[in-house]
Design a protein around this ligand. Sequence first.
Ligand code: PFF
Length: 486
Amino acid sequence: MTREKPKNLWLSRWGFILAATGSAVGLGNIWKFPYITGEYGGGAFVLMYLACILAIGIPVMMTEIALGRRGRGSPLDAVARVAREGGAHPLWRGVGLMAMVAGFMILCFYVVAASWAFAYTWKMLDGSLAATSVEALGGVFEAHNANPWQLGGWSLLVALLTLFIVAKGVQKGIERSVSWMMPGLAVMLLILVGYAYSSGSFSAGVDFLFTFDASKITGEALLAALGHAFFTLSLASGAILIYGSYLPDGQSVARTTFVVAIADTLVALLAGLAIFPIIFANGLSPSAGPGLIFMSLPLAFQQMPFGTFFGVLFFAMVSIAALTSAISLVEATVAYLNEKHGISRAKAATGAGVVLLLISLLAMLSFNVMAGWTPGGKNLFDWLDYLTSRWMMPLGGIGMVILAGYCLRSEVMRDELNLPPLGYALWLFMVRYVSPVLIGIVFLHALGWLGFDPIAKWYWIAGAIGVLAVAGELLAPRVRQELARG
Ligand code: PFF
C-alpha cells in the first residue's frame, strides 16, 4: 500500500526535538514535579519517577512518534491509517480520537494554570508580591483567582499567544518560535541553578532530591510517579503523535525519543535544583504543595539580593515553558480541522480558540463565581485534570502499546522504528508486557479497584517473575528470529 505523503515536515534536524521538548517541558516540570517531589519526600520519589520514564515513558513515546510518522496526519487519521495498513480493526482509530480530545481538555485547564505564571512575572515587578509571610502570599494567590476579570484576562492572553503561533503554521509558527524559546529557557534555567548554587543551601537541595530513603517508597507515591511520567512527557494527548507526523523519514525515532526524554528529565531535576536550595536557604518547607512556586518562592525571592530580577527570570521561564506546551496541545486539533475539513489553519485556530475560551472560561469561573458548583465533589478545573490524567491518558497509552505490540502486522512497526534486532526485541518486550501491565496497575488503582497495596514487595516479585516467564516463553522464538534476520 502506498504511504501517505507528509503535508508538513520540520525544516531542520532540530525541529522535532525542540518542538517535542517544548511540549514535554512545561508546568509539569517546573511547577508540579518540585511540589510532588516535596510532598512524597524527595529522593525515593525521584527514583520511582526515573524508573517510570524508562519503563513506560520511553516505549510509549517511541510508539506514539512511530504511529504519527507512519500515518502522517492528525492523531485520528494517523491511527486510522496505520490500523488499516497493519490489518487492525478500524475501531482502533478511537485511540487517536481519544488522544485528541484529551489534549484539548488538558489545554482548557492548562491555559488557566499557565496564566498564573504570566501574571506572576508581572506581579514580581509591580510590587504586589511584597507580602511578608507564606500565608499572606497565599492570600495574594487566592485574591488573584477570586477576580474573574484578572484570571480571565491573563488566560485570554495565553490563549491568544498560543493560537497566534499555531495559526502561522508548523514551520513558520511552531518551529520558528520554539527555536528561540527553548534555548532561551535553557539559559534562564542555568542562570537560576547557578544562582541557587551560590545561595548557600545548594547541598541541602541536592540531598533532598537525591538522598534515597526506602521507607518513602509507597504505593501512592509510585502511582503519582507513573501518572506524572505520562503528563510530563505529553503522552497520549495527541501532541507527540502530531509532532511525530512531521518527522522526516530519515530521522531515528529511538534517538529522538531519548533526546526528548532526557532533556525533559534534566529540566525537571534542574528546576528542583534551582527551587529547593532557595526554599531551604530561606527556612521554608519543601512540602508546601501546589502553592510551592506561587507562595513560598516569591517570599524567598524577596529575601534575597537581586530577588526581583531572579523572580522575574523564574516566572518568565515558567511562562515560556507553559506556552510551548500549550502550542502542542492545540496543534492536533488545528491539523485535524485543516486536513479533514480543508479549513485554513488561521480559521481552524480561531474556531478552536472559541471553543477553548468557552470551556476554559468555565474552568476559570470555578475559582470564583462558580466556586460553589462542584458536581461530584470537584470543580470543572479539577474535573478536566482528573478525567484526562486518571482515565484518558492511561487508557490511551495502553491502547497505543496494545495496538502496536499485538494488533498491527509486525512489519509495520519494525519498518517504522528501524531498530537493530536487539533494540526492536527490547521495544517489543516493553510494549507487550512491561508498559501495559504497569499502566494497568495505575489505572486500576486510580479507579479504586485494586484491593491491595500495589507496593507490597511480594506482589511485585511474584508479578515480575510471572511477566518474565510469560515474556520469555513468547518472545524467545521471536528474538531468535530477529537475531537470525539481523
Ligand atoms: N508535558 C506538559 C508539562 O509537563 O507541563 C503538559 C502536557 C503538554 C501534557 C502536552 C500533554 C500534552 F499533550
